[in-house]
Design a protein around this ligand. Sequence first.
Ligand code: FES
Ligand SMILES: [Fe+2]
Length: 444
Amino acid sequence: MSLTPDLEALASHPYAITDPKRVPAQRYYSTDFAQLEKDKLWSHVWQVACRLEDLPETGDYIEYEINDQSILVVRESDSRIKAYYNACRHRATALGNGAGTFHGRQIVCPYHGWRWDLDGENTYVYASRRGFTPACLDKDNLRLREVQVGTWGGMVFVNMDAEAPPLEQYLDGIAKVLDPIAFDRMRVRWWRHVILPCNWKMAQEAFLEAYHVMQAHPSLSMGAADDDYDLDAFAGDFECFDDGHAHMRHPTTGDLPVKGMTKAEYFIQYNNALYFGTDAFVTEREMFIQQGLLDKDIPDDEFPAKFFEALYEYAQGAGIPLPPPVTDTTGYGHIFPNLTFLPGYGTNIIYRSRPNGDDPESCIFEVWAVQIPGADAGEPERPVLEGPIPVEEWPQIFQEDFRNVIGQQKGVRGFGVDDLMMSGPYEAMIINNHRTIDRYLSRD
Ligand code: FES
Ligand SMILES: [Fe+2]
């Protein structure tokens, strides 16, 4: 996308970005700005409500909350998912809480027992004839109010704007790039969350660039500091789409990020750091394969290639449908406005960041660790959300990121900064996200 600011359009709301290299600090704490996002972004944008695994059987539901809205996502049949505002059409009582199942294909209000089919049509009003006028009992009036639904990559998206274009259209560019990663084959290994004392965008931005790895994650930079750590060898450039989505291409230098290490040393240490530091990108499966190679006499330069050979061999034996390696994306990407992916080997880590109610300085930050299971894995259990887990109880690498954004929120409020300076090449995903937010906020 072009980064030339459309000043006229962008100046139409407070704290708009007028220089694409500078992000006004107020965007991270102003209640007015958060209100604008609530009115003009969250009520009109496609957003992930849940995983498909959350709804294995007809009648299963899960609640998704954004700002002050509660939405029930419900499996209506094997092939159809619906979403409704979580409010009884009588006196607004919530019809579901958390996750559960509507038995007998009926959604029943716990207050006075009104009922609906899973497709939202009312089936029963207690003492209706004596109690309510025909206008109240009008079929359309009694229907549960619907929210648009779409699915992609094992995830269920919702959009409160009935006029919004369909999800397929919304995801068009990015889905083509990410589909070869086979998100749809991945299943949840764990799902955890933390409440972070910072703006939802700030939490997310810690995962939208690799520029911080040298300083923030010594285990990933192997202790190499400053110019001994080659960021361009670690991270490729970003392809940013006009609708806010983006992904990273593979780095093209062909060098190792850390000078003085062999390919094998770097590869093994990197895997170890991710395994112990996240329990997500790299799992026991890959550690087992790596361990099996350590005793073999493999030339240093060939170790990564041998690892991939062994991985695919193992996958074939275990019936794990790993997709072929992809060349045009690392699988590291972002779906606007609040979903970020980081890839491993048939694994991925998915982050979702959203406002915690109306407080611009608090956010709900969730992590799904997903992996392509083997043939004998059976039907997955419905994932259970763990937490909120205190920052100090997360694996090391998460702690490093969380502490940075907590510190950042402290700084952003003070007189020390007016705006945040952005690097064009390294922080392109962040800029693209802000620019796209402004496009939503500028709409009538
Ligand atoms: S509030 Fe739901 S039936 Fe009365
Ligand atoms: Fe990080």
